[in-house]
Design a protein around this ligand. Sequence first.
Ligand SMILES: [Zn+2]
Length: 234
Amino acid sequence: MPTIRQYLTPYNHNKGRRGQAIKYIVVHYTAGSMRAYPAALRNCKFFASANRNASAHYFIDEGDTIYQSVLDEDTAWSVGAKKYVHLECRNYNSISIEVCSDGMFSEKEIVNLRWLVKKLQKKYGIPDDHVIRHFDVTGKSCPAYYVDGKRWHQLRERIFSNVSEKLDWQHKDGNTYLYIDGKLYKGERLVNAGDHVTRQFFDLKDGHLLKGKPFTEVKIYVDEWGAHHEVLVD
Ligand SMILES: [Zn+2]
């Protein structure tokens, strides 16, 4: 389970929320260069060290610590714009979460995001349809990879599914398995098939295979000249 640590910025936020309730959770990505772990802390330090004309409440990366830059009770400068696409969501009634990523969120980032979103939803009584993208508020391409409706839908399924946040990678006999909540979720295993070795990938959710395909196989073999080959098998 992730931990939340505060590294608050003295800049770029407003005290309080004009007496308004928190109604929305807005998901962003940082793009830019500060993506590698410990990106969440580095981003917090960046925003706390000078006037950046922007801010966000939380930063998520690959680690187990989520960093908070602006208190929930205060207004971050995250979704302000001259023109809005969204009728109601504004800085003063939303909490902004930045995922330190330049594109597709990693498995760990999604697990952290889901944990934080669920926690905030429960705390402030925010319904699923009020968990939105920066894109939905202003039309900005943020988070860029999830501006695509299908990808956003898939991410939302991960966030709102009942799969718990317990993430456990296990390494056995050269194989790697990912368990979520004790269930096998994703894996990679090597199968000896006579003259070659086959690598099989699993992609499971709630015990069911994702994408309707049982395995993507990679045949691995060494040819007579000693060259290493990997062949994808549908
Ligand atoms: Zn954004």
